[in-house]
Design a protein around this ligand. Structure first.
Ligand SMILES: [Ca+2]
Length: 169
């Protein structure tokens, strides 16, 4: 995943990155002051594309002291959602809900799978704990399970599975 990173070379360094990248950069002010004069006249803003997990320091090593930088890459998957259950339905749709997963950084999405067909039925935001699957076939069995996803794409294990056969219309 790529993220556009805008670095403004002024005494107040700001770094804006897109969701999906996760970088922690600490720049010592005194270190910058020593070097800022050399670059500020010719370089006001530089935009670089960072692959997830790439240390920013490796891209601009002259600006960042090794001891003052760290790259924080989230490799810890969320816990699995729990207590998945149907809440309503008819011959062509099913609504369900679950209880939130937790993550060391944050859950950004839930993926809802029709597990008996191996299909991703939908994706909702990390703050949404419900989903309605529509356009289903009457008289047909469906089973579901949900996974939580964090900003770095780590996926949880499966929630509890649930299944039902839709009534004929
Ligand atoms: Ca995580």
């Amino acid at each position: 995943m790529q993220g556009g990173v805008a670095i403004n070379f002024n005494p107040n360094i700001t770094i804006n990155h897109a969701p999906g990248t996760n970088h922690l950069v600490i720049m010592k002010e005194e270190f910058l002051v020593n070097r800022l004069a050399n670059i500020r006249q010719s370089l006001k803003t530089r935009t670089v594309a960072l692959a997830a997990g790439v240390m920013l320091a490796s891209l601009i090593p002259s600006l960042v002291s090794a001891s003052s930088t760290a790259a924080l890459v989230d490799t810890q998957a969320p816990t699995a959602p729990t207590n998945l259950k149907f809440t309503s339905g008819n011959s062509t749709s099913l609504s369900m809900k679950w209880e939130a997963a937790s993550d060391n950084v944050g859950v950004v999405a839930y993926e809802i799978y029709r597990t008996n067909y191996g299909v991703l039925a939908g994706v909702v935001s990390g703050s949404t704990l419900t989903f309605t699957d529509t356009g289903l076939n009457p008289g047909t069995p469906y089973s579901y399970s949900v996974k939580a996803v964090d900003a770095d794409g780590n996926r949880s294990g499966w929630s509890n599975p649930i299944g039902i056969t839709l009534p004929n219309s």
